[in-house]
Design a protein around this ligand. Structure first.
Ligand code: GLN
Length: 479
């Protein structure tokens, strides 16, 4: 059962061949077997999984369930889960229990079979999961290496078979990059496609919830389960949700595919470029029209992102003041209480970004940094508009390297930020982007990123499905 895709398991559950309860038992067992090595979960929820799975089985007997229901899931600990501890990987929310479920989880169904809440970089800031206040997650492909981040717990859990699929969040690559480093599929939908309600905010103009799955079909199915308009999120798009599975096998014949020049230069490891070129060649053989495309401002996207994202988080983290949520340190006077609470509650990266963001937003520096970064963002959007008027899908690596060793970049924030060069352009533009395993380099998985225009996920998923097919990489290849 543990080797099935989520879609295959869902079908077996609906046909009564296996029960959701049996699936939850199998996942719980797998968690016990591997968690002391992987540390993907911050809060395992085995009893909740069994209880809810029992209810899904009951509902199935009495009528019907949604096509994806009953398949156990792990959820990044940045998504609010009613009555279940939600830490955001931070000490400041160590004992925080939300009062409601995130809308994406509500959409999934009445009884979400939750196996656990997954480890993450604190408040989703990072690319390795080493910024978690609860210790790093290990990459199932090589326990000495990082799983990527910030949704590293979700990626590692799926790669290690601790659940069939996962939800992560992507502000500047945090679904796609860990998916790439762990050999799974990670989709960042169009900004606004999935409600952010109940997603603890990092960069509100960038944050997206996305599926992390064993294959592209599962990605389409999980997106189907969570997408939709939500009156509780004013940035949620009031656009109809299409059938993401209908045209999945449609192939790429006649599709125009542009390889992004700026994201294939020497900043990317040669082994990674080789895998991307191989997949591009395969798509061409499958009938795609391939060309090279330029996104000139992609060179400045990282710099712009690392002004805008810290600016937004410096504002969003101000709510953690010792009064409204989580940790409170005692002190004489309210200011000293704030200071002590935030000093103890936040880790180094959170503090660094609060300082950077506050600086970039402060009077006198705002024009020099924040508004300049916003102008670069607009240029980036124009680059994409131009490129996507000529090409249907753009292709690049997802990350510049394969998974690196734990500790290799943790003392060098700039080296860590460079992990995001390929991912942040799509984040700034709000377009959908997906990472598909393209093959191996140095014996480790490499992700190929496909990007397309706003709300064109059906076509993006179809192209991703073709890329998956030509890559020859299969989930079952994992160690
Ligand atoms: N690695 C990027 C950062 O640290 C992206 C994080 C994310 O997408 N949540 O900001």
């Amino acid at each position: 059962m543990l080797d099935l895709t989520a879609a295959a398991l869902a079908q077996k559950i609906r046909e009564g061949e296996v029960s959701s309860h049996e699936a939850a038992e199998a996942a719980n067992h797998r968690v016990e077997e591997v968690e002391d090595r992987i540390h993907a979960l911050l809060t395992p929820t085995p009893e909740i999984a069994l209880e809810r799975a029992g209810r899904v089985d009951e509902r199935l007997r009495n009528g019907g369930i949604k096509p994806w229901e009953g398949v156990p899931l792990v959820v990044k600990d940045v998504l609010s889960t009613k009555g279940i501890r939600t830490t955001c990987g931070s000490k400041i929310l160590d004992d925080f229990t939300p009062l409601y479920d995130a809308s994406a989880l509500v959409n999934f169904g009445e009884d979400l079979v939750l196996i656990g809440k997954t480890n993450m970089d604190e408040f989703a800031m990072g690319s390795s999961t080493e910024n978690s206040a609860y210790g790093p997650t290990r990459n199932p492909w090589d326990l000495g290496r990082v799983p990527g981040g910030s949704s590293g717990g979700s990626a590692a859990a799926v790669a290690a078979g601790e659940g069939w699929w996962a939800l992560g969040t992507d502000t500047g690559g945090s679904v796609r990059q860990p998916a790439a480093l762990c050999g799974i599929v990670g989709l960042k939908p169009t900004y606004g496609r999935v409600s952010r309600y109940g997603l603890i905010a990092f960069g509100s103009s960038l944050d997206c919830i996305g599926p992390m799955t064993r294959d592209v079909r599962d990605s389409a199915l999980l997106l189907q389960a969570i997408a939709g308009h939500d009156s509780l999120d004013s940035t949620s798009a009031n656009a109809e949700v299409p059938d993401y599975l209908a045209d999945l096998e449609g192939g790429v014949s006649g599709l125009k595919v542009g390889v992004v020049k700026e994201l294939m230069d020497e900043r990317i490891d040669a082994g990674v470029r080789g895998v991307v070129e191989n997949v591009v060649g395969g798509l061409e053989e499958a009938g795609a029209e391939v060309g090279e495309v330029s996104l000139p401002h992609a060179y400045y996207a990282l710099e712009a992102y690392y002004i805008i994202a810290p600016a937004e988080i410096s504002s969003n983290l101000s709510r953690f003041d010792g009064v409204r949520f989580g940790l409170r340190e005692t002190a004489d006077g309210v200011h000293e209480m704030y200071r002590r609470t935030r000093e103890r509650g936040f880790g180094d990266e959170a503090k660094r970004r609060i300082m950077l963001g506050t600086y970039a937003l402060s009077s006198g520096y705002y024009d020099a940094y924040y508004s300049q970064a916003q102008k670069v963002r607009t240029r980036m959007i124009r680059d994409f508009r131009d490129a996507l008027s000529r090409y249907d899908v753009l292709i690049s690596p997802t990350a510049p390297s394969v998974a690196f060793e734990i500790g290799a970049k943790s003392d060098d924030p700039l080296a860590m930020y460079l992990q995001d060069i390929c991912a942040v352009p799509a984040s700034l533009a709000g377009i959908p982007a997906i990472s598909v395993p393209g093959g191996l380099s140095e014996g480790l998985p490499v992700g190929v990123q496909l990007m397309s225009d706003h709300f064109t996920e059906p076509m993006l998923l179809r192209a991703a499905r073709a890329a998956e097919e030509v890559s020859g990489f299969a989930f079952s290849q994992r160690p």
